[in-house]
Design a protein around this ligand. Structure first.
Ligand code: ADP
Length: 163
């Protein structure tokens, strides 16, 4: 079975990577799908995010990275993916994720949404949290791969005042 893992990944964190690595054991192919979302203003362009994710998953042979716009289920059908994969961190994720899964089911009955719960050490992690910490020069090396940390340092504001 082919699983599509859609999201913003602005940027990819170790939480996302954990979900991808575990899914790579379960599915024949995992496609990480970066949404081109005109209503969001991302820190990194879609192309930058594709490169960042590609580098982070290069050790996983059955993981592809791609971008899409429009409906997730339309892209899943195009890629012959029968599974939509999402991560669940905390209870507050659940309501929106359930609504999305149920909506997608009405749009494409043959596609199932599967949730992987995050491992406890990553349950606090989100892309916006990482961006917030990076913006003030705080430590993020335990949250994102090294090349993404570097990209965040280059893109974010001045270093934390050491005095
Ligand atoms: P979106 O804008 O679609 O929510 P995100 O990049 O924020 O895009 O998240 C993509 C998916 O990854 C979502 O299912 C989200 O719940 C999941 N996710 C985000 N952070 C983590 C984490 N730390 N652990 C596990 N799953 C996560």
């Amino acid at each position: 079975m082919i699983a599509l893992y859609p999201g913003s990944f602005d940027p990819l964190t170790y939480g996302h990577l954990d979900v991808i690595e575990r899914a790579a054991y379960l599915f024949e192919l995992v496609i990480v799908a970066v949404l081109r979302n005109p209503s969001k203003t991302p820190l990194f362009t879609v192309e930058e995010r594709l490169n960042q994710i590609q580098k982070a998953v290069q050790h996983l042979k059955n993981v592809d990275v791609d971008a899409f716009s429009g409906l997730t289920v339309t892209f899943a059908r195009k890629k012959e993916a029968s599974i939509l994969l999402r991560g669940l961190r905390v209870v507050s994720d659940f309501e929106l994720e359930l609504q999305m899964a149920q909506t997608n089911k009405t749009l494409a009955a043959e596609i199932e949404t599967i949730f992987l719960s995050t491992s406890t050490e990553h349950s606090f992690l989100s892309s916006s949290l990482v961006k917030g910490i990076a913006a003030v020069g705080g430590p993020i090396s335990h949250m994102v791969p090294q090349h993404i940390e570097q990209a965040l340092r280059e893109r974010s504001g001045p270093k934390e005042d050491m005095h």
